[in-house]
Design a protein around this ligand. Sequence first.
Ligand SMILES: Nc1ncnc2c1ncn2[C@@H]1O[C@H](COP(=O)(O)OP(=O)(O)OP(=O)(O)O)[C@@H](O)[C@H]1O
Ligand SMILES: [Mg+2]
Length: 297
Amino acid sequence: MLQQATKQIDVSDVDELFKKVEQLPPLPATHQQHHQAKKGHIQLKDVSVDFGSGVLAVEGASLEVTPGEFVCILGPSGCGKSTLMNCVAGFVKPTKGQALVDGKPVTKPGNDRGMVFQQHSLFPWKTVLDNVAFGPLMAGKGKMEAESLARTFIGMVGLSAYENKYPGILSGGMKQRVGIARALANYPDVLLMDEPFGALDAQTRTIMQENLLQIWSEFGITVVFVTHDIDEAIFLADRVVVMSASPGRILADIKVEIARPRSTDIIASERFLILKKQCLDLIREESLKVFERQSQV
Ligand SMILES: Nc1ncnc2c1ncn2[C@@H]1O[C@H](COP(=O)(O)OP(=O)(O)OP(=O)(O)O)[C@@H](O)[C@H]1O
Ligand SMILES: [Mg+2]
């Protein structure tokens, strides 16, 4: 199955390629859930967010993410991706519609939902260990237990040697790993990631993506991951949700039927390129709309 999904093809003639992939037989049901997550069910029901002064950030977005699923949200800049995530996180209240997690309407942030931001948001005056132990301490755990938990998660993101260091001396990738450990230390049912690897170089980014997939498959938590990067979205996700240009609506919900575990080789596979073309066409159309709108006087 994996072999079929990762079969390499000659990409020298792109037109030929797409003709060829259009004739491919449908992929058998290869996608398996690696885990039996019961919690972390997200429902967005006809969500609109109006920030006032003519800024309609999100319009009528409906989306369901099942427990343990990995969903990527892709869309042009300013289309409302962060706003939609913030509705699930509880930082933004929809003007219309509703966000629910495990059947309960989201009214405020909670430990059941962990958030990892584009720019790291660590406490600079706390060590790596204290940053990660902070959530468990706030949740009422004793110092010893919180630190022991923190050490487990720091180990999971490969930073045990840095637990007593301060964020200021860490690289961007290391800070993001601490951010992931910090979010996981609260044992969230849902991990919300808003362009977490956007500021990283290509190589570090690939390593982080692989690391994240491994953690996700071990934990079985629901992940919603926002990105601008089509390759990243397809590599990571079970489904890629494409948003329209502002006001953000959900344009497409594309199932990524590529077997797991995935290696970086899949980016040259037939299946990957079909999906990439689909996403590229949708995003190009939306970006052109933004460009045209911005150039009108
Ligand atoms: N708190 C706010 N108050 C007013 N307007 C806001 C607020 N937050 C976001 N907006 C506006 O809502 C729209 C959507 O913003 P949002 O940050 O959700 O987009 P995005 O898709 O995450 O963009 P990017 O890809 O650049 O991160 C933008 O026009 C933005 O200016
Ligand atoms: Mg954003």
